[in-house]
Write a protein that binds this ligand. Structure first.
Ligand SMILES: Cc1ncc(COP(=O)(O)O)c(C=O)c1O
Length: 472
């Protein structure tokens, strides 16, 4: 065995102790910038001779340490980025330590798929979803929607009398949606359905939510063809919800598949004041939930939920049918025949740990603190004449902009704010206006942050520098 390799295994206890100390320090570091301008990436090369794990940690510290932002902290309000609860972090560490490959629940050897299945059961309970849904873990919401829409595609083929997994896509699939997340559009591209086959449904006035009357009119013109609806259970900019109940009821009258992208909006089900927004999602065919958002497990973790009745179609889509060494896809449930990946890490374990550790009350508390903080920030912005709120705060995202400002001025403000390092926000365009979003999904979120956030906004505003000249 290589000398360094052997030496590292013998000193594993002290190496892990160092990593533990580093982890504690990183999580507690309140000075680390939440974002900012990327510096030049250092040169790198494969060492001629490895120096062992201790040396790798030293080089990591020297080369990369300064590039890491405080994205797991409650100061990172960009995109929709959760942190990692203490229990989720433990689960994630153990995922690597035990290094299982969850596949068949009743398989040979590794039966870690049973942990995945029970975590899915815990998540169903958390969200109040019925056990008619199967579920599994994938890398992110994009892949959860890919899995769901992959089964939806197979279902449409079945309705049209052919097997898309075997014969390939031969006919157009109409997709109805109003304000899909870009990742759903990407899924249509990846699945060969084609994003041009989206039939755009009108939104309600001043909203991102679907106008269901317009949807009904557009469905009527289809003449009974099967179709797919992609509904939003929380849009990324204003967390607007389509009327999931009205949409789900269309399943009863029409030949359609309803997919709900509830990547983070699904957590509204944990808030007494917001749970009504998810009403009807339990009637959908498939649902996307992103765990590395509001569940606060480390990247990369999301879940697809697809109705059990569609399992044969799911297996038809994702099976390994020509590999006897992987078992018979028609026999016992095996994750490698139900999703896009074959070998996977035990991605469920961080979620299992966090759910086991904090239960429903723990997550209700996280959701309550985030939604209260978002509401308070919305009020503070409304009360400050320098800013305009771009949409009512419906759940946990505050979309706003500078009052009377040009796009360039807003861009310059975002840069100044993020370069200050204390908070990180990402820009957006909403109803034709350039703005910013502050997304609250971190388990450490506190209402008391609102004052500091407003102070930072005003400091960035007052630091006004001329916007850089446009590129020639
Ligand atoms: C509503 C919604 N759907 C899907 C996604 C894609 O998530 P991921 O990056 O985890 O694939 C996001 C990400 O922000 C989202 O907000």
């Amino acid at each position: 065995m290589d000398k360094q390799l052997l030496q590292d295994e013998l000193s594993l206890a002290s190496l892990l102790e160092q990593v533990k100390q580093y982890t504690i320090g990183f999580r507690a570091d309140d000075e680390r910038p939440a974002g900012g301008t990327l510096r030049t990436v250092p040169e790198f090369s494969l060492p001629a001779l490895g120096g062992g794990a201790q040396d790798a940690m030293k080089v990591f510290g020297e080369q990369w340490q300064d590039y890491l932002v405080a994205s797991p902290s409650n100061r990172y309000l960009g995109y929709v980025t959760g942190g990692a609860t203490p229990a989720a972090l433990i689960g994630d560490w153990l995922t690597s330590a035990v290094d299982q490959n969850p596949q068949a629940v009743k398989g040979f050897g590794d039966v870690s798929a049973a942990i995945e299945l029970s975590t899915i059961g815990m998540l169903r309970e958390l969200f109040g979803l019925p056990d008619v849904f199967n579920g599994g873990f994938v890398t992110g919401a994009t892949m959860a929607s890919f899995t769901s829409l992959g089964v939806a595609r197979q279902w449409v083929g079945q309705q049209q009398g052919y097997d898309i997994a075997k014969d390939g896509l031969q006919r157009t699939i109409p997709i109805f949606t109003a304000t899909p997340h870009s990742s759903a559009v990407k899924c249509l591209a990846m699945l060969g359905i084609g994003s041009r086959n989206i039939v755009g449904v009108a939104t309600l006035p001043g909203r991102e939510a679907m106008d269901t009357d317009d949807l009904k009119t557009k469905i009527a013109s289809l003449g009974g063809e099967p179709f797919i609806i992609i509904a939003s259970g929380g849009t990324v900019n204003t967390v607007d919800f389509d009327d999931l109940l009205a949409i789900a009821r269309l399943r009863e009258e029409h030949n359609c598949w309803v997919h709900v992208d509830a990547a983070f909006g699904g957590f509204a089900a944990l808030s007494p004041n917001h749970a009504h927004l998810t009403a009807g999602w339990e009637m959908a065919d498939s649902i996307t939930i992103d765990n590395h958002k509001w569940l606060n497990v480390p990247y990369d973790s999301a879940c697809w939920f697809v109705r059990e009745e569609h399992l044969p179609l799911q297996i038809a889509t994702f099976q390994n049918s020509s590999a006897p060494y992987l078992g018979d896809p028609a026999a016992d449930f095996n994750y490698l025949n139900a999703g896009p990946e074959n070998s996977r890490r035990l991605r469920a374990l961080p979620a299992w740990f966090s759910l086991q550790a904090y239960g429903r009350p723990g997550y209700e508390d996280i959701v309550a603190r985030c939604t209260e903080t978002a509401a308070l920030l919305g009020e503070a912005i409304t009360g400050d004449p320098a800013f305009d709120l771009l949409a009512p705060v419906r759940l946990n995202v505050v979309a706003f902009t500078l009052a009377d400002a040009t796009t360039e001025e807003v861009d310059a403000f975002v840069r100044r704010l993020n370069d200050r390092g204390r908070y990180f926000l990402t820009p957006t365009v909403l109803f034709g206006r350039k703005g910013l979003r502050a997304a609250f999904v971190n388990w450490q979120c506190r209402t008391s942050q609102v004052q500091e956030i407003m102070t930072e906004f005003n400091a960035a505003l007052n630091e006004r520098r001329p916007a850089p000249a446009p590129a020639p």
